[in-house]
Ligand binder design. Structure first.
Ligand code: ZN
Length: 702
């Protein structure tokens, strides 16, 4: 590991944050250097601080500790992420024997110098008690590898040298802060302190020294491990392991089954669904096939801090059966075993510690599947990604540890204390999740006005959306409009042809791989052609039927195995048309194809009810889109209608508005609202048609 400290860059930070004291700008600079190195910290892990002398509002001298806010990511930290705290009363807390969680939380809050700052890191007291001006703290993989070894202290001493204090694992908060301060005072000229199973603290009176000591000591650990591992093959493959016939299909089947097996009824009665992340690069595939895989899954987290993201242990799936029912049985057995063990540890710990705690959900977050690699689940896509990053680092670290010696896990008691520590739980936040959080929605015809309107409402209600279209350019445009407004963490896109079943299947496997499966399918792709039957070219008729009818058939058919493997029900909302009930002349191909797709959807409602999948139709009329994203239908029929009625574009819109009972201008977002209604399972409805047309008597469903 190399120091990335660069005087020029450091100066640039000072310039950029000109209104801040220089020490604070420099603190931001090296905090980011640490945060960007995933071998040092992951996703909000680690923390840094600086102490400053300043004047308070009364003009009196005051010492302020600026420490990272709880849950703030060092990689992207901004001035607001450093919490100013009145240092002197914080230091005096060192005289206390103990402090309750509630009082600790209170002290951290009342010592802030700005009421609007986030809560400071739970390690704020430690930063306060250490005398040096700058303190840097990371959970570096290589340091953790050494602390996990049998005789870890001996290895650490040999690797890091004499100027390092070594502490056993001590619960974060006041006890750890006091122990770190004591060892700092006891050892003269100490440059770093390692806390077993936790991480490393370095410090210095200038920003560069503190940061470069971190790099120096982590590098020493790295080269020590490298030297010990030299010449040893890291992975021994299990014997008699069946190769997967088709990796892509195995991955998608596996994630469908995992997210279905782990779904559970939430407190509000809705279904708690999961997003998945797959890591199947060479390293993870190799480890998944190794002799050590099972042991690695059972030996827990690298540091208790990770527990809230990954749970302590992971599930190992020894085989991936070709048969879906067999696969479901295997995964379900493994998940049940995990849950039983989790519940058991929980009751054991609360009994031993004589405390009362509300049990968290007992579901695993990390799976290792033989031949596939790593699969993680999260209630949000970000949570699944974080769990995957942590799990990947953990497995690689355990592999390296194996090259040096025997890996020892952290005790259940220490992990429990961290998982059920109220101050730790706060990092996860407690907000009411949006209505559709956990759902994956797939919208075909995503490059048009209605697709955009539907996607927008689904994103606004928390679903992850996959926009699909055959037209990459139109898709790109809609994607960029949506990602500007909603970000792209819940947005994916896929380009494929709905008329080709093979390409639909392939795309759905890829969607499963990226998100876990499908909960809501919105067949919306459609084309139109204006011609009286007399003039309608047979091949044009075929084209319209291929997209509007066969396309709907293909996507519904391809979704069925996904719904079946998940076993958690779902919704299909077919975007139909007012024309199904109220056709128009010269619109035969469109009206007939839409009517046939409508009928097919009713049959799907009959057939898929046994899977808990509801199939409903939305019948819109006269949705024009806007200048940016138009409706393909109106691009086609608009000019002819305007000509025949002698109207301009605005006049045509007004004509259609006046035509409906409510005199309403029907918008794509109204169609989106109808889809949200069906997707949120608020009524036990299937096989129904909901008109979104302002009221057209001739098109009343019957
Ligand atoms: Zn820490």
């Amino acid at each position: 590991m190399k120091s990335l400290f660069n005087e020029k860059e450091a100066r640039a930070f000072v310039g950029k944050y000109g209104s801040l004291p220089e020490a604070l700008s420099l603190r931001l600079y090296t905090s980011r250097l640490i945060g960007k190195n995933s071998n040092l910290v992951l996703h909000g892990g680690g923390n840094t601080s600086v102490k400053l002398k300043t004047k308070n509002i009364l003009g009196e001298d005051q010492e302020i500790l600026y420490v990272k806010g709880s849950g703030i990511d060092l990689a992207t930290i901004e001035p607001e992420g450093l919490v100013g705290m009145d240092l002197s009363p914080l230091r005096r807390l060192r005289t206390l024997q103990a402090i309750s969680d509630e009082e600790m939380d209170n002290q951290l809050k009342i010592r802030k110098t700005n009421a609007l700052s986030p809560d400071p890191s739970v390690e704020a007291l430690l930063h306060a008690f250490l005398p040096p001006r700058y303190v840097d703290h990371s959970h570096a993989d290589s340091i953790l590898v050494l602390t996990h070894l049998k005789d870890g202290e001996v290895h650490l001493r040999e690797a890091l040298g004499p100027r390092v204090g070594i502490l056993p694992y001590i619960h974060s908060g006041l006890p750890l802060a006091k122990a770190v301060a004591e060892i700092y005072e006891r050892i003269g000229a100490v440059e770093a302190i390692v806390v077993l199973y936790h991480g490393i603290f370095t410090f210095g009176d200038d920003v560069r020294t503190s940061y470069e000591r971190m790099i120096e000591y982590v590098s020493r650990a790295e080269s020590y491990i490298k030297k010990r591992c030299a010449g040893k093959s890291p992975v021994i493959h299990r014997k008699k392991i069946k190769p997967l016939k088709d990796h892509r299909s195995s991955v998608s089947r596996m994630v469908n089954v995992i997210r279905g097996t782990c779904a559970f009824p939430a407190a509000d009665g809705s279904l708690q669904r999961w997003y998945t992340v797959v890591r199947d690069g060479t390293d993870m595939k190799d480890i998944s096939r190794s002799e050590e895989a099972e042991g690695m899954c059972g030996s827990g987290v690298l540091t208790p801090d990770h527990t809230i993201r990954t749970k302590n242990r992971a599930v190992y799936l020894r085989e991936v059966p070709e048969d879906d029912e067999e696969l479901k049985k295997k995964v379900s057995q493994s998940v049940n075993q995990f849950k039983t063990a989790y519940d058991h540890t929980f009751s054991e710990q609360v009994k031993k510690k004589r405390i009362a705690r509300e049990k968290l959900d007992p579901y695993p977050r990390v799976f290792l599947a033989a031949g596939i690699g790593l699969v993680t689940v999260g209630m949000t896509r970000e949570a699944a990604r974080v769990a995957a990053d942590i799990a990947e680092h953990t497995l690689m670290a355990k592999l390296r540890a194996k090259g040096v010696g025997e890996y020892l896990p952290i005790s259940d008691s220490d992990v429990f204390d961290m998982e059920y520590w109220s101050l730790q739980q706060k990092k996860l936040g407690k907000t009411v999740p949006p209505l559709l959080q956990g759902q994956v929605a797939v919208i075909t015809g995503g490059g048009g006005a209605i697709g955009l309107g539907i996607a927008e409402q689904l994103l606004a209600h928390g679903a992850a959306v996959v926009l699909c279209d055959i037209d990459a350019a139109r898709l790109k445009k809609v994607h960029s409009i949506l990602s500007t407004k909603y970000g792209d963490s819940n947005l994916e896109q896929a380009t494929f042809d709905v008329t080709d079943f093979k390409s639909v299947e392939k795309a759905f496997a890829e969607i499963s791989r990226r998100l876990g499966g499908i909960d809501l399918l919105v067949p919306n792709a459609g084309i139109a052609h204006v011609a009286r039957i007399e003039d309608l070219a047979p091949e044009k008729f075929d084209q319209v039927m291929a997209v509007n009818l066969k396309g709907t058939f293909n996507v519904i058919k391809a979704s069925v195995p996904v719904f079946r493997r998940q076993g958690t029900g779902g919704n299909i909302v077919v975007i139909s048309s007012k024309n199904v009930f109220d056709p128009g002349a010269a619109f035969g191909a469109y009206s007939a194809s839409k009517a046939a797709a409508h009928q097919l959807s009713k049959v799907a409602a009959l057939e898929l009810a046994e899977l808990g999948v509801r199939v409903n139709m939305v019948n819109p009329d006269a949705i024009f889109g806007d200048a940016e994203v138009s409706s393909r239908l109106w691009e086609l029929v608009g000019p002819e209608r305007m000509k025949s009625r002698g109207l301009d574009p605005e006049g045509l819109r007004e004509y259609y508005r006046q035509r409906n009972l409510l005199k309403a201008r029907v918008l794509a977002e109204h169609v989106g609202n109808a889809v949200v209604f069906f997707a949120s399972d608020q009524t036990p409805t299937t096989g129904a048609t909901l008109p979104v047309d302002g009221g057209i008597p001739a098109a009343f469903p019957r």
